[in-house]
Design a protein around this ligand. Structure first.
Ligand code: BGC
Length: 719
């Protein structure tokens, strides 16, 4: 049915119903959705056969309730690796495949719109939701998001880019005023969204909770109407984040088409019913019916594509087996090997002692709306057992008993947070005696120490021991294991089961190898075991810098002023986010953006660079010169000439992940970069300044293998 025709038949009240959700399903006395556990639902207009559509989170997998009352069937969804790990793959195909798999689960469980991808920039390593986001770099974020959206939407359901924009912290997320220059917005915080909007045409966008330069994002006409809809030509609808903003009329007027989840007064007694406020706004002439129509039209254009509108009869039986394989493959490509001094992969007969409670309580992902409810999560210990690696079972048993006993104690009992997620207080990690570790070192060849962290929605991480830094007990464990195993000439490997950077520089010398295994979803244990054993050759690279120390981080104003209860946060570092800062100001990171080792080595050669019309053509060869098959991620950075506008030392402009190259095999890589992508924003327009540009082809941002020059004449691009 034609959306305009539907629009013409709607009464004013029905239009208002369409722009406001029904209230949070299943809470505050609202009925559950038919699909229990979705985050939101729109109103049904039965008179015109307009069904409600259902919206559910989130970035690591579809979040719905896995069990329903009086129903023997289960509704588990696949837990995929967290978004930061997906970005570590730098592989558009695998991310698209993850999107496809998630899209199928969305459709087959009766949902219409997936509230993902989340794609805020990693401005500061402590943002509690960074795990849901891709990267500190907008090109990598935008490309990953675009691939994900293509995948999801290929299944006939919608994706949602969130949270638009500059939503880079959890502290006071509902109200904090983000003060940021237009240049930093356009070059860093909006850029990824721009790429994803233009390349993948998402059905929906979610405006963010925070204020942006004084106005709530959901009430920010410049952001929604001018930038998103007019300049980028976004054609779907914009929804608020849940209970965002404070003025429904201003939201609709500013280009925010849908207000979610509806019934804000249920959580904020000071507020009125949004629908009443909108009707009153219309009566008082604050909002015209044409403005309301515009929102309704945007919604209807999407609604008519939704499975619910098409009366799709979903099966409740998505292909979880196939999707588990995709979750595994994506995780396998996202592992980042940070250090390896003749330690990995293990030899077949190596006997392994695994330390750290994270081997049992392996963290599959973060908490909050980015959480998932899979059928199972394979812990690291289970993964090693299943893959029949030679682990020290006596030690494993000791850990199992320890965890069980400790979790009975009052202070370590798991508790439920506001999201119903089990939060487990951190257990002391240094309970083994020196003598016990001596015995373990005697009978094993290798020690593995697992360090785990969890974070989530609603709170930021802290630059303290036990979070950004190792706790004293973790450090004691690492040091003791290292001392004792090394004394006997045995290897020590650290596994980082974390959702974002932690401090590693002060203790990495204690270990021979370090692998960032992230929070890899339900298949974590299998992925880790296979990589340790050499069945997977790690091929991920860092989408975000691991700084030497938290004090090096440029976004020192995080999370705003006053510190305890920030009202505003000023992005004083401007465009110098992540490697743009470390490279420009000569600050050495622990592991730089784009870094990651492999079990093999790659050689780069034969760079050729040319400009044809408005496009740079860059080609070069990558060859596997090691002894194992592997994939390489080649990155292209551009260093722009000094001119009128200050510029970062270099910026990522393109990247390519090779196919799996056998030893001696090579791949000729040809990449095209529109000249426009080299432009900087001068406050009004995008400008490619006159001068010599250096193309830097690297295995990381600091491991540049090939360089080429080219001269460009000034070009100006109006908005
Ligand atoms: C989160 C969104 C999420 C929504 C619905 C909000 O609190 O910020 O990311 O999609 O809840 O669950």
């Amino acid at each position: 049915m034609d959306p305009n025709e539907i629009l013409s038949q709607l009464t004013l009240e029905e239009k208002v119903k369409l722009v406001v959700g029904v209230g949070l399903p299943g809470l505050f006395g609202n009925p559950h959705s038919k699909v229990v556990g979705v985050a939101g639902e729109t109103h049904t207009i039965s008179r015109l056969n307009i069904p409600s559509i259902r919206l559910a989170d989130g970035p690591a997998g579809l979040r719905i309730n896995p069990v329903r009352e009086n129903d023997p069937h289960t509704y588990h969804a696949t837990a995929f690796p967290i978004a930061s790990m997906l970005a570590s793959t730098w592989n558009r195909e695998i991310v698209e495949e993850v999107g496809r798999a998630m899209g199928e689960e969305v459709r087959e469980y009766g949902v219409d719109i997936l509230l993902a991808p989340a794609m805020n920039i990693h401005r500061n390593p402590l943002c509690g939701r960074n795990f849901e986001y891709y990267s500190e770099d907008p090109v990598l974020s935008g490309e990953m998001a675009a691939a994900f959206v293509r995948g999801v939407q290929s299944q006939g359901v919608g994706a949602c880019l969130k949270h638009f924009a500059a939503n880079n912290q959890e502290t006071n997320r509902f109200t904090v005023d983000t003060i940021v220059s237009e240049r930093a917005l356009r070059e860093i915080y909006l850029k990824g969204f721009e790429i994803a909007v233009k390349k993948s045409r998402p059905w929906t966008v979610m405006s963010a909770y925070n204020k942006l330069n004084g106005k709530y994002c959901s009430q920010n006409e410049w952001l929604l109407k001018k930038v998103l809809k007019k300049e980028w030509k976004f054609e779907g609808f914009v929804m608020t984040d849940w209970y965002a903003g404070d003025d429904p009329v201003a939201q609709l007027k500013s280009g925010n088409d849908m207000i979610m989840p509806g019934k804000v007064y249920q959580v904020n007694p000071q507020r009125k019913d949004e629908m009443e406020e909108i009707l009153q706004g219309i009566r008082e002439g604050k909002l015209s019916e044409e403005e309301l129509d515009e929102c309704v039209r945007n919604i209807l254009n999407v609604l008519v594509k939704c499975p619910s509108f098409k009366n799709y009869s979903y099966s409740n039986r998505p292909n979880l087996e196939a999707h588990a394989k995709i979750a595994y493959e994506a995780g396998a490509e996202g592992l980042v090997l940070l250090k390896n001094v003749r330690a990995l992969p293990l030899n077949e007969n190596d006997r392994i002692a695994i330390f750290g409670t994270g081997q049992i309580e392996t963290v599959k992902g973060g908490t909050g709306s980015g959480d998932t409810h899979p059928r199972y999560t394979v812990s690291i210990l289970e993964g090693f057992r299943e893959r029949t690696l030679r682990i020290d079972e006596e030690l494993a048993k000791t850990y199992e008993d320890y965890v069980n006993t400790m979790r009975q104690k009052e202070e370590y009992k798991p508790r439920l947070d506001q999201w119903g997620t089990q939060i487990k207080p951190k257990l002391p990690e240094d309970f083994l005696s020196e003598e016990e570790i001596e015995k373990l070192a005697e009978r094993n060849d290798v020690a593995i120490v697992v360090i785990s962290r969890i974070s989530g929605e609603g709170y930021d991480r802290k630059p303290v021991k036990g979070d950004y830094y190792l706790s004293d007990d973790e450090l004691r464990l690492v040091r003791l294991v290292s001392k004792i195993f090394h004394r006997r000439g045995k290897r020590v490997i650290a596994l980082l089961n974390v959702g974002g950077p932690i401090e590693v520089a002060s203790w990495r010398d204690e270990v021979d190898a370090m692998m960032l295994v992230w929070q890899a979803g339900q298949e974590t244990g299998r992925i880790v075991a296979d990589a340790i054993a050499g069945r997977i050759n790690p091929s991920g690279k860092l989408p975000t810098t691991f700084p030497m120390d938290y004090s090096d981080v440029p976004s020192w104003s995080f999370p705003g002023e006053p510190r305890q209860d920030p009202k505003r946060v000023v992005y004083e570092e401007d465009i110098y986010v992540g490697y743009r800062y470390y490279d420009t100001f000569g600050v050495e990171p622990a592991y730089e953006f784009g870094f990651g080792l492999s079990y093999t080595k790659f050689d780069y050669s034969d760079l050729s660079v040319s400009v044809e019309n408005d496009t740079l053509k860059v080609s070069f060869t990558v060859k596997n010169i090691g002894e194992r098959a592997g994939k390489e991620i080649a990155q292209i950075y551009v260093k722009a000439p000094k001119g009128k506008i200050d510029k970062p030392f270099q910026e990522l402009k393109a990247f390519h992940k090779t196919k799996n190259l056998s030893p001696n095999e090579e791949e000729r890589i040809v990449l095209e970069i529109p000249v426009r992508d080299l432009a900087s924003f001068d406050g009004e327009r995008w400008i490619v300044e006159n001068g010599e540009y250096e193309l830097r082809v690297g295995a990381s941002s600091r491991d540049i293998r090939l360089k080429g020059q080219l001269f460009l004449k000034e070009r100006i691009y109006e908005l």
